[in-house]
Ligand binder design. Structure first.
Ligand code: FDP
Length: 314
């Protein structure tokens, strides 16, 4: 097992997937997404920051960057030859393709550029990916066969899991992803908290939970980008992120298919937990592709405390 920052030889993503005996078509898919991220990085660095004049399935105004990142990924997924269907937070339609490769095919739900409203202020953003075998995208997150994200910050991080631990890669000077750390773990301990949503709209349970964190001396760490905020919990191995149900928004803000399921898969694989405040996110049966859910995600003990206070006070 490689220790963070102490990898003796560079292990690239494809080799790592091969060593873990990941299915050939799934390896191909993950590597295609990693390739696509290089073009997304380029568009973030140099692309136009203007609005596209269109809106996504949540009625939010799209930036040109959102549309571009969406197209880059959609094209790559389509021509990978192993993808049966895709749905993106930006497009809002399930697209069906004909997989040409022999062997299993996959379906992908993705958020091409999460946190894109942070690009103009030069904060970190990311791509989030959820993968199922077959062509059904409307099933519980527990059935995912893989999940990953790519974080575009001062450095570029790729985190993936195929259900056997979570592995961290960094982009090197050749723009290849090389292994930084295998089996990332969230071990708990006093920590950090990232509370999304307006506090004066919190319910009694969430308010009591956040107060309990503050009384324990947790430090506030909220960047406004879901990918960097979750990456922080994973890399520091502690803390909790929440975007709860609000008094005027009972389903919270974040999206089940594109954001919560893949992050819940990664965090559970790292030994953490992800809950909608009442039970595991991964057991929620989605009804529609645009479903949203409250989220409490990170260290197991913190998530359990949130659930207990919500059960008592809400
Ligand atoms: P954004 O709207 O900028 O795309 O998923 C959307 C998201 O960002 C997350 O990345 C982030 O955690 C959250 O929304 C931030 O929402 P608030 O602006 O309400 O804090």
């Amino acid at each position: 097992m490689a220790e963070r920052g102490k990898t003796k030889f560079q292990v690239d993503l494809r080799r790592h997937l091969r060593e873990k005996a990941v299915d050939r078509n799934l390896t191909r898919l993950i590597c295609e997404i990693a390739e696509a991220s290089k073009y997304i990085i380029n568009s973030i660095r140099t692309g136009d920051l203007g609005v596209a004049g269109t809106s996504n399935l949540y009625g939010e105004q799209q930036l040109q960057l959102d549309v571009l990142a969406d197209r880059i990924l959609e094209k790559r997924l389509k021509y990978s030859g192993v993808v049966a269907s895709v749905v993106s937070e930006e497009s809002g339609d399930i697209l069906r393709f004909t997989p040409e490769q022999e062997g299993p095919s996959y379906s992908v739900a993705y958020d091409p550029l999460d946190g894109s409203s942070l690009v103009d202020v030069n904060l970190a953003v990311g791509t989030i990916i959820s993968i199922y075998e077959g062509d059904n995208l409307l099933q519980k997150g527990r059935n995912q066969v893989a999940a990953m994200y790519i974080l575009y910050g001062p450095r570029t991080t790729l985190m993936y899991s195929t259900g056997e631990g979570v592995h961290e890669f960094a982009m090197n000077q050749l723009m290849e992803y090389s292994l930084v750390q295998e089996n990332v773990r969230i071990d708990g301990g006093s920590g950090i908290y990232s509370p999304g949503g307006q506090r004066n709209l919190y319910t009694a349970g969430t308010e009591a939970f956040v107060r309990s964190l503050e009384e324990r001396g947790y430090k506030l760490r909220y960047s406004g980008g879901f990918v960097p905020d979750i990456n922080q919990v994973l890399i520091k191995g502690k803390g909790v992120f929440l975007y709860p149900h609000l008094q005027n928004r009972p389903q919270g803000k974040l999206r089940l298919l594109y954001e919560l399921n893949p992050m819940a898969f990664l965090v559970e694989q790292a030994g953490g937990a992800a809950s909608n405040g009442r039970g595991p996110i991964l057991d929620v049966e989605p009804e529609n592709i645009d479903d949203c859910s409250p989220i409490f995600i990170g260290c197991k003990e913190d998530v359990a405390r949130a659930e207990a206070l919500i059960a008592t006070l809400d």
